[in-house]
Design a binder for this molecule. Sequence first.
Ligand SMILES: [Zn+2]
Length: 329
Amino acid sequence: MNKEFTFSAVLLAAACLGCFVLLAWSADAAEPRGELLRQDGIAVPIIDCHVHLWDISRPEGLGWIKKDDKVLYRSFFPKDHEPIAVANLVGGIVVVQAGQSVPDNQWNLDITAHDKTLYRGVIGNLSKVIGTAEFAPLFAKLCDDTRYVGYRLSGRYQETLTDAFYRDLELTAEKGRVVEFLPGEYSLEAIGEIARRVPNLRIILDHFGNVKLDGSPLDPDWVKGMRAVAQSKNVFCKVSALYGRAKEQPAPQDIGFYTPAMDLVFDSFGEDRLVYGSDWPVTEATGDYASVLKLTRAYLDRKGRDVAEKVFHKNAAAFYRIADLEPKK
Ligand SMILES: [Zn+2]
């Protein structure tokens, strides 16, 4: 009886301790965001520069998501991502518009307006209007919101880049806003030319300059193009969408697969012109948010804390001119 009692008491004590540990852990996890990634016992906060939100029922829809895509053919709203951000202690987010719909520029601002601390920046998409009379008034209106930090040029609607196109880029630079490219329709060479012609415009290449990896050595032409565009100091690069780089899906979970591309961007852009982005929810096709962050860390840990701080938040704050995160004391 005594023995049984002792055993039950031990069990109860263990359960209580478990609860206590769990409570303590959740209290810690609920602390101000952006406090994870502890290295040397001190937190390195994170600004994720590439998160998408979308409403699948928006009028213009999202053509690139196929109806039979079981993971992505649905809406992704802030309520879907916020628990993930909190759990991974991401303290700042730059939302990047998915698709090229003009009204979706404002939609992305509106849907994130309830938490301006978390959603520090919005990158819209002005592919359809740049170089036209529509650009200046729309851009001015969007810039009334300080969180409108710039726009992406993904689709290309002019074969030759006109004076009107450059006039709009000059205006963008004057307003202190940035332009993002996912090289493709705009080649690395074209982006390099833009960077030289508008040297005060801050430009960023999404997703490692859109490289595709299959495990074989990097394409020498791509390497050359990246090194050339990186010569312009106003061009940055996103260490983003790791999973999306892999030709084969689901993407490999081994950092070795991505290391050549990582090494190349570090070597060509340097540690001051790289920012982190997850590309959530597109990541979900391979793995959850924590897994892509873990993979990025696996590489950055080798570079040391100073570099991790730059890539995970400091460079993003400087590039987008948004408030930086404070490391936890
Ligand atoms: Zn994306």
